[in-house]
Design a protein around this ligand. Sequence first.
Ligand code: GLU
Length: 505
Amino acid sequence: MVRVRFAPSPTGPLHIGGVRTALYNYLFARQNGGKMILRIEDTDQTRFVPGAEQYIIEALEWLGIQFDEGVHIGGPYGPYRQSDRKPMYRQYAEQLIRDGWAYYAFDRPEALEAKRKEYEAEKKTFQYDCNTRSGMENSLSLGMEEAQRRIDAGDPYVVRFKFPDNLDITVHDLIRGDVTMNSRLLDDKVLFKSDGMPTYHLANIVDDHTMEITHVIRGEEWLPSAPLHVMLYKAFGWEAPQFAHLPLLLKPEGNGKLSKRDGDRLGFPVFPLEWHDPKSGEISSGYREKGYLPQAVVNMLALLGWNPGTEQELMTMDELIKLFNIEHISKNGAKFNLDKAKWFQHEYFQQLSDEEVGAMLEAQAKEHGAAAEHDYCVKVAGMMKERITFPSELWDTCCYFFQAPTEYNEKDVAKRWTPDMHVHMQKVIDILNTEPFEHDAIHKALLDDYIAANELNTGKVMNSLRICVVGRTVGPDMITLILTIGKEETIRRIERAIEKLKVEN
Ligand code: GLU
């Protein structure tokens, strides 16, 4: 039974790189008929940010990434928040000490700082490890009796992992193959802190084991910690889960990790939902609030670092679940591409029904004080949808279906509205008043019998008509537009333009 987990730390809003990690875990779980778990890793109380946990839950819910167990829904392996599991970790730290895999360390922060300075002065870097630990204050150098005496006397201590000297540790990664690191390069990481809390490393391994996690799918930034994790499983005598470390999400230019600052600089969100920082009050934009559809965000993220092995780009969540495979995840970082994000958004926007887009338009029209009948909005939405990427563009793109122009674009007028134009526009009014109000009749009367027969410039006349009706030379097919807004309204707009533009010219 496959069991995977998404294990964010509630230190702020969830970066879209984290969303992608959650998504890949979800796809893998669903594909294998397994379980997806949400665990909150909040052992570092100094980095705790109020609201972050709720944000993570809301963001994943919005995207349709569902959990089978987790901090918000419970489950048989709970609790799912590490601070709520606090009492269970100490015994594991003590077990490691008993078995010789860990030791107590009493070094004060000032002593560690002094050591670092001492090394720096010699252009070296201090690392608490197999070479230096004997010169530090710990249960190995002091002896267990003295260590116990200090602990009983209330001296603060941490528990550190004791890496064996000169051992090649191999992490088998499903994406990268075997990654080997020698223990001499690794420091004796703190597993348990003086505040009685485990560190990420200990809690992560204990929880993955006790929650029976089978696959750890997480960001590449955790690869350097993986040898320690592998060793911890060994030390406990537990079978390790399989690891897959996902490639980084890179800046659009390709060098360096995608950061919040890149988003600010290039004008795209790096967070799924808008985030109001509780401390600074700063607001960071979110995909949801920018009008992105969750399907578009999911599809875009799925392809940042993975491909189905074909050219196919548009995939629903269900298709992604079918097609996803860890073998097709790339080893190299994936460059974020804003144009591609917009392309996905446009594609998915087109898949909305006219009814849905019409409802959005109706709401916006009402906000702008325009009379907007539901069926009319749906009709306009159907005509205009293909020009729209974000819902926020609807009103600006469609407003002339609801309101007569109040001004006329100067450039368009200068280009199209010749002094004789009022005569031609009057002719349009005559045609509308006499011909049946339908496409073919108007087309023939205006384009064939009038414009062509009199050898007029079609572009000039039709665009001038557009200026009358729209205010500028944009919009759908002119006759369709007239038929949609109606005969009386069109005539009123033409009359008004003749008036206004005569005076202005
Ligand atoms: N709490 C870690 C994070 O915030 C989880 C790393 C892991 O998945 O092991 O990314």
